[in-house]
Design a binder for this molecule. Sequence first.
Ligand code: KG4
Ligand code: ZN
Length: 359
Amino acid sequence: MQPKYVLGCETSCDETSLALLEIREGYKVNVLFHKTASQVAVHAPFGGVVPNLAKREHQKNLPILWDLLDAQIKEMDISPDYMCVTVGPGLEPALWQGISFFSDIHKKRYPDIPLIGVNHLEGHLYSFLLHPFFQGKEDIKDMFPMISLLVSGGHTMLGVLFDIGSYTLLGETKDDAVGESFDKVARLLSLPYPGGPEIEAIASQGDINAYPFPSPLIHGDDFDFSYSGLKTAVLYQVRTLTDDSSQSFSPSSQRNLPKEVCADIAASFQYRAFLPLVTKTKKAVSMYKAKSVVVSGGVSANSFLKKLCEEECGSDDTSVFFPPFEYCQDNAAMIALSGYIEAEHNRGYPLQANGILGL
Ligand code: KG4
Ligand code: ZN
């Protein structure tokens, strides 16, 4: 097979990202261009992503990134085979920026190639292919069935992949996403946004058993998750410790909890947040006799989660993978790859922003 050249665009939340991949038979990928402009600093003062600011930033960043990518296309004298853009789920005003931008370029520069709408969640699902292990493996068939755990700021999902292009969703969160609960607990502890890395850092100094927070749905028969009860239990604990009657997760620098107490809260929260993920992933591994487990999404950057998953879900029969960090977070490389997989299967999502698109 001749290599295919695939352009990807991601603007579903607070990262503007463009990529150009060269894809050969067996999903062997050469990332020719991959740049992401992060908006974390823009949203940090607000303690979370502000949709209109995200839209404005995408509008500003897309042409800048495109000029860099276009220079690369010209220098390498490449004719792209596919253009792929995230259509959902995410913030609709942000998604529209990417869709309109890529539609424009498609019309002006590459009207004869397919422009493919991509499901952001499938992008995360297939990001494992960018892992050096899979890139170096002749045939990936013996890694299926694969259990896929997606843990991000917007999603908490468990699925099973039977092959590339064939998967079933097993369960998802009933309320908050796990990353979202990290961000909210971080606010309670007066830690900056995004809260995940901050909680992980202070949790390493704390005792996981200091506060016996609940781990909701851990023993259920299904594969669903819930984080709003755990988040609220932390809120009540902080209120008790500080004599504060505030009901909200607003920034609380006035609370001034001692460092050691914050570390214990963070460690206890993090442990209880991860227990259901690991327990249900392990259950899915045994139910499907899975050959591999892949954990993706921003929360997979957490090394405590990695340790728990490797210990609990890995074995001689089941390998556990965490895609490289660059491809764990929102990025356009996974979108290009996922769009290519859609095209191979003669599929694709409508070119319209869909904030609540599911798997
Ligand atoms: O996948 P992602 O970059 O964006 C989407 O939400 O789609 O994930 C961002 C989320 C944030 O909630 C952030 O707090 C969380 O991932 N996160 C972490 C860590 N690094 C990022 N959560 C726990 N531990 C981390 N080290
Ligand atoms: Zn994401």
